[in-house]
Write a protein that binds this ligand. Structure first.
Ligand code: ADP
Ligand code: MG
Length: 211
């Protein structure tokens, strides 16, 4: 499919809507193993990003500017640790599509993969440390595998979503070694990581917006 800056703007609006719906659940998850603000942070960040992107002249703004605008406004809006992580993700996506006036399926899939790698490089979390990385990395791997076998973007993102859901579910059995939850020892067992849960929300909204 042809993905324009307008498509991306609609995508950010859909993620923001999804976060507004999921805000309370994400705060509850963060209340168990963190400081109960994760839903607020994600809703604030994505509504700021969506608003800033909508304010661009989307007919002339290239996709790289859309991602960079989202990154800047997300970072400014969010004081929690998810702020710089998602800002880095969008910066990396922007760098990946630099110079392209419109994106094809492969371009967006590469931007998606770059988001996950950016989060990992910024936060230095590995798989199994009970963070959003446990959802994002398997999602990126699944997207890459689907892309390499010639799947459409919608199929790539559907595979990514399934992998993210499995990864988020798996965080219930993990101890935390990054972020606030790392101070709680085995009290975190049995509880899903809020950042992994919100990653599923982000990826689901992306999949829906680009289907
Ligand atoms: P804070 O912990 O500052 O309140 P949030 O509540 O917005 O920030 O986000 C918490 C989530 O951030 C955690 O559930 C975890 O998924 C994620 N997180 C924390 N530290 C890292 C890290 N170093 N790398 C990746 N994700 C992280
Ligand atoms: Mg928090």
């Amino acid at each position: 499919m042809e993905i324009t800056s307008t498509t991306l703007s609609n995508m950010f609006a859909q993620i923001a809507e999804a976060m507004a719906r999921e805000k309370d659940r994400l705060c509850e998850l963060d209340g168990v193993i963190g400081d109960a603000d994760h839903g607020i942070a994600m809703e604030l960040g994505f509504s700021a990003a969506a608003k800033a992107v909508q304010a661009l002249d989307l007919a002339s703004a290239e996709p790289t500017l859309v991602f960079n605008t989202a990154a800047k406004s997300f970072l400014n809006a969010v004081g929690a640790s998810s702020g710089p992580l998602y800002a880095t993700a969008f910066m990396r996506a922007g760098a990946t599509v630099k110079g392209k006036p419109v994106l094809d399926d492969g371009d967006f899939a590469q931007a998606f993969i770059a988001m996950a790698r950016g989060i990992q490089e910024r936060g230095k979390a590995e798989i199994g440390e009970k963070t959003m990385i446990d959802a994002w990395l398997p999602a990126a791997d699944a997207c890459e595998a689907a892309l390499s076998t010639g799947r459409t973007l919608s199929e790539c993102l559907a595979a990514a979503l399934t992998a993210a859901e499995v990864g988020a579910e798996a965080t219930k059995a993990m101890l935390a070694s990054k972020g606030r939850a790392s101070r709680l020892g085995d009290r975190v067992l049995g509880h899903m990581d809020p950042g992994a849960a919100s990653a599923v929300v982000v990826i689901a909204a992306m999949q829906k917006a680009l289907a």
